[in-house]
Structures are given as C-alpha cells and as structure tokens.
Design a binder for this molecule. Structure first.
Ligand code: BEZ
Length: 307
C-alpha cells in the first residue's frame, strides 16, 4: 500500500462519488476505480458498499478513513516542517476568508513582509472549510477564517470576536430613525447574506443570530460574497449584517449602524497544523497581537497553547 492509495481513498470517501473524486484528483475515473479495487485487494477487505448511492463506507472503511486522514495530515506536516527545519526555503502560505481583508489582514501581511524580507509569503482566498483541507495537504501553513471547525490535527486560536453591524441603503428609514439598531428592527427587510456556499459560513452565523432570538427575516437573499452584498444594499435590495471592519470600506451609497447586542459577534480564527511550531507562525501571531495593541482593538486573551 502506498501513500497515493490513501489519497485516492480519502477523496472517494469524502466525495462519496467516483466521478467527483476523480475530478478533485485531476485524473480519469477508470484508473481511480482500479486503484481503489487494488487497495481493497491488498487489504483483503471491502472499504465501500458498492450498491449504495451515494457511495457509503463500510464499517471497516470508516475505520480506515479515520486513520488514513491522520496519516496524510502527518505526511504533509512532515514534508512542510522538514523543509522549514532545513530552511531550504522560507515560505509561508496563508489562506483567508474574503471578509478578513477588511480587517487587519492587509496590515498584517505588509508588516510581516517588511519585517521578514527573506520569507516568500503567498495569499490564497478560501473558505474556512477549504483551509482545513489545505492545511492538512500542506498547501497552506496558516488559515484565517470565521467558523469554529473541530479537527484533531488542527490548532485553532480565536484572535478576536468582531462585532456585527448593519449595512443599510443610504437614506433608508432605519438609518434615520434610531442611533443604534436591534436585530428585530430588521425583520421586515430583505436580509442579504453571504457567502452562499460553501456552508456553514458567516451567512449561518447571521442566520443563527436571528434564530437564537426567535426572529425570522421577511425574506433572505443569498449572495456569493460581501462586495456583492454591499452592492445590493446600495441598490436598495435589502439590508445586510456585516463584520464591523467593513465600516472602513467607505461607500457614499451605504450607511452603517451599530447593533445594541454585544453578543452579536463573528470570530476571527487562526488555524495551523497541530504540530507546526515553526518560527514564522510564532512571529505572525506575535505581530497580530502587537497590531491589536497598537490599534486599540479588543482581542481574546492569549492562552499558553496558542503559541
Ligand atoms: C483581524 O482583523 O483581526 C484579522 C484579520 C485577518 C487575520 C488576522 C486578524
């Protein structure tokens, strides 16, 4: 059994479909099916229930999946950490969700580059869920996201809990009526949420905020991303609940209002591979806390395990 067999198996197990798994692996379906068959023959067990659609793992397959994922994560970790230890190349790949670009991310990146001129830093926009996979595959070293996803191989640090605010079309009655709004003030409006996919996402944090308070917005309009949501707000299509850093994105056709409830927040979470203790990660974390202090931004106190 070789590592590639594990990669093929994990892709099929996660996609629950040979065609989609083959697309994910950039290969044709027949060789993928053959490789899985070969793997089952080598192990002398059946990993998938062939008769079910979508494809299901057998009990043995479930056991094998849990261990295969861990082995692949450890391999990616070993690869990238060995490169770092050997200092062959000092590089840092950062995954981020789009909305963090309106917060401190640009400043963090500029400052890190100024202070670490020999590190090759690259940026990749991706959802929090994609960040987990990319971390385990070794495609990124750090992820900045908003969703709390549990994974035994990933270390998460909640950096801060960012307040949510409301974006309204300029001149909207709600922007004139009260200095500060409550979520219930928005129930008669069309609520514009983002991103539409993948889920769970920031959109679900906003929807949960309504549900938790027993509120149901009159209409929901799902959009691809924050910029589109703001454009639709500007066009008078509805209102949107956005992270407060978006306030810095001045638009003459959109006005922003604070919300009265301090528990209406969305976290900014840094994720790294559990065993990655590299200097670059420590430095970027130090830099983030330094910037929070400099900019007087409230943050979640550090704990020992956060590096
Ligand atoms: C922030 O705005 O706090 C932030 C954004 C991206 C990465 C880290 C922190």
């Amino acid at each position: 059994m070789e590592l590639r067999h594990l990669r093929y198996f994990v892709a099929v197990a996660e996609e629950r479909n040979f065609t989609r798994a083959a697309q994910r692996l950039h290969m044709a379906q027949p060789p993928l099916s053959r490789q899985i068959q070969q793997l089952e023959e080598t192990l002398g067990v059946q990993l998938f229930e062939r008769s079910s659609r979508p494809l299901k793992l057998t009990e043995t397959g479930k056991f094998f999946y849990l261990h295969a994922v861990q082995l692949l994560a450890q391999t990616a970790e070993l690869e990238s950490m060995t490169r770092r230890v050997g200092n062959i190349e000092r590089s840092l790949s950062v995954g981020f969700v789009g909305s963090t670009l309106y917060g401190l991310l640009p400043k963090i990146i500029r400052r890190f580059r100024d202070e670490n001129t020999t590190v090759e830093l690259s940026l990749h926009e991706m959802s929090t869920m994609d960040q987990l996979r990319a971390l385990k595959d070794g495609r990124i070293d750090i992820g900045f996201g908003r969703i709390r996803l549990e994974d035994a191989n990933i270390r998460r640090v909640v950096l801060r809990e960012e307040k949510m605010i409301v974006a309204l079309p300029e001149g909207h009655a709600l922007s004139m009526s009260k200095p500060i709004l409550a979520l219930r003030d928005l129930v008669n409006e069309t609520l514009i949420i983002f991103p539409k996919t993948p889920r769970p996402s920031y959109a679900d944090q906003v929807l949960s905020a309504f549900q938790d308070r027993g509120l149901k917005p009159h209409r929901i309009y799902e959009t691809r991303e924050l910029q589109v949501a703001l454009g639709l707000v500007a066009a008078g299509e509805g209102v949107s609940v956005v992270p407060s850093s978006v306030h810095g994105l001045k638009r003459s056709d959109v006005s922003y209002k604070e919300l009265d409830d301090p528990t209406l927040v969305s976290p900014i979470i840094m994720s790294t591979r559990l065993l990655d203790e590299s200097q670059d990660i420590k430095e970027i974390l130090e830099l983030i806390y330094r910037l929070y202090e400099e900019e007087h931004i409230p943050y979640v106190p550090r704990t020992g395990s956060g590096g």
